[in-house]
Design a protein around this ligand. Sequence first.
Ligand code: GDP
Length: 196
Amino acid sequence: MSAYFHAAFFKSVARLEDLPDSEGEITFAGRSNAGKSSALNALAGQRLAFVSKTPGRTQLINFYRLGDGRFLTDLPGYGYARVPAAARADWEHLLGGYLQTRSALRGMALIMDVRHPLTELDRRMLAWFLPTGKPVHVLLTKADKLSRAAALDTLKRVERELAALGSKLTAQLFSSLKKSGLEQAEARFAAWLAAP
Ligand code: GDP
C-alpha cells in the first residue's frame, strides 16, 4: 500500500464558494452501500472520519487531504436518500458545479458492487460527468463475493459497456475485504494526480 494515499479529513463543503484551493483531486462516487467508504478506507490505509450517512442529511462533499496540496473527495452515496426537494436542488447545484467546472478535478473513481454493476443511477452519473472529457475508473468492489471466473466475466462485460460510452473509461476488480486490486487502483489514481 502506497503511503501517498494516506489521507486525513480536511473539510466538508456545502457551497461551491467553499471549495478549497487544490493542486489536483479525485472524486469518489457510487450507489449507497456499493462499498465506497470501505474502498476509500482501504486506499487511505486507515479509517477515515466519515460524516453520517443518514438519509435526508445535508449532502456534502467531503475532502480528504493527501500530500502536495492534493485531495480525495467523497460524494454522498446515491440511490436511497430521500432528500427534500429544496435540499435536492441545492445539492444538484453543488454537485453539478463541482463535477462540471472544478478544474482541479482529475477524474472520477466510480464504485460499483461487482454483483450489481452499471445501474441506471450509475449511468446517469456517467452521463453527467463524461462531457467533461475527464477519465473515469470503475472499481468493481466486493470481488471476493464472486468466484474468480464470475468476477472476470463481469469485468469483461463492464469493460465492453464502458468502451461504448467513451475512450477514457476503465475498470478493475477490487476487494476492500481482501485488499485486492489496491495496487492497480493506486497506480491509476497516482498517474491522474501526477499529470500536470
Ligand atoms: P458505502 O455505502 O458505499 O460507503 O458502502 P460501505 O463501504 O459502507 O459498505 C457497505 C457494506 O458492504 C458494508 O457492510 C461493508 O462491510 C461491505 N463491503 C464493502 N466492501 C466490501 C468488500 O470488498 N467485500 C465484502 N465482502 N464486503 C464489503
